[in-house]
Design a protein around this ligand. Structure first.
Ligand code: NAD
Ligand code: DAU
Length: 337
């Protein structure tokens, strides 16, 4: 199989590339990635040693490039991780999100149609369902996204479903919950708080800290979506969660405890605009298919914290960029007194 992994230089995509090369050693894997601030060639360090791997730098919105890559490499399937992914950035610059997450997805679908590819897997998110007070969303629930990020991801999903309905394309969608693990950009809650705590910097906890997410270890998500790719039915949507629903306060305490740092590092800061209160997924459909998670939350968090302790050369340079400066000014400096 010749697999095109778009967005494969990012956090989840790079873990999937590692899994794919290990689990399907006969495959050829091509990554197409624009290398935005979130894309990092260092994430593909191991993959680059494999003769079955190729990297192409480019934008999924560029239809000509996408077509050329598909033709040159004889691509059979596309797995689309490429997206703008950070909710806080989407509140500042919504236009980048609409472009990549909606238009980029449509460009890929058009290529799937033109070249009659065998499969297209869209990597989506639980955020498209919106917030839920109790229980978990099912795949059949209506979409009610609330941030420019989740609205753009929902737009991408709707394109995928429309291409299925209209052209009968062999598409699948996975919607996963909050991932964590090594190589996650240190703007997201867990890597930001772990790296700040390592450096004895404040941890900016939004609002009352009681917003809740279901946390899944990145390797479990990658195994899950690989499972769906093999066993899933074209045209179907599959939730991928772990059932680890935790408040941000609980996550913060667990990180501080693992690093033996004081609670005085926590800074209460103004809430995110339009902050969704709780995300949770009903996992019946995916579990009935035989798809299970392997990682217990505590061991996964320990492994993650240890990775950031062992790899400061990976994350330290990322914390000096323009956004991180803006972020610090916005949320931390104002509350330092
Ligand atoms: P990430 O921000 O770490 O990586 C995104 C990657 O996409 C980067 O390598 C970036 O360079 C690339 N990219 C961005 N725009 C591009 C474009 N126009 N053309 C080509 N490449 C482009 O993201 P992630 O956390 O690894 O998320 C991957 C996917 O999984 C996304 O689609 C996201 O919506 C989805 N998802 C993420 C989570 C999570 O918790 N991180 C949860 C559910 C779903
Ligand atoms: O649910 C899946 C989604 O999870 C993915 O689709 C997104 O790509 C990914 O970014 C993530 O979105 P969240 O907004 O849930 O993740 P984030 O890490 O930004 O925030 C997690 C929670 O922590 C959220 O309630 C906001 C809070 N938070 C976050 C940051 C960055 C803080 O309290 N302080 C912070 O500094």
């Amino acid at each position: 199989m010749r697999v095109l992994v778009t967005g494969g230089a990012g956090f989840i995509g790079s873990h999937y590339v590692d899994l794919r090369l290990k689990k399907h050693p006969q495959d050829q894997v091509v990554v197409l990635d624009k290398l935005t601030y979130a894309g990092n060639p260092a994430n593909l360090k191991d993959a680059k040693k494999n003769s079955h791997f190729t990297f192409v730098r480019g934008d999924i919105c560029n239809a000509k490039l996408v077509e050329r890559v598909i033709q040159q490499h004889g691509i059979d399937i596309i797995i689309n991780f490429a997206a703008e992914t950070h909710v806080d950035r989407s509140i500042l610059h919504p236009e980048d999100f609409a472009k990549t997450d909606v238009l980029g997805t449509q460009v890929l679908l058009e290529a799937v149609r033109k070249f009659k590819l065998k499969r297209f897997l869209q990597i989506s998110t639980d955020e498209v369902y919106g917030s839920i007070e109790k229980g978990g969303f099912r795949e059949t629930d209506p979409l009610k996204p609330s941030s420019p990020y989740s609205a753009s991801k929902a737009g991408g999903d709707l394109q995928v479903l429309a291409y299925r309905h209209t052209y009968n394309l062999p598409v699948l969608i996975t919607r996963s919950s909050n991932n964590f693990g090594p190589r996650q950009y240190p703007e997201k809650l867990i890597p930001l708080f772990v790296t700040n705590a390592i450096e004895d910097k404040p941890l900016p906890l939004y609002g009352d800290g009681l917003n809740t997410r279901d946390w899944i270890y990145v390797e479990d998500n990658c195994s899950g979506l690989d499972y769906v790719l093999e066993k899933g039915k074209p045209g179907e949507i599959y939730n991928i969660g772990a059932g680890n629903t935790k408040t941000n306060k609980e996550i913060t305490s667990a990180i501080l405890k693992l690093l033996k740092k004081p609670c005085s590092l926590i800074r209460r800061v103004p809430d995110r605009l339009g902050h969704d209160r709780r995300y949770a997924l009903n996992m019946k459909k995916t579990r009935d298919m035989g798809c299970q998670t392997q990682w217990a939350f505590t061991r996964a968090l320990q492994t993650t914290v240890q990775w950031y302790l062992d790899n400061p050369q990976w994350w330290q340079p990322l914390k000096t960029g323009e956004y991180m400066k803006y972020y610090k000014k916005q949320y931390v400096d104002r509350h330092r007194k």
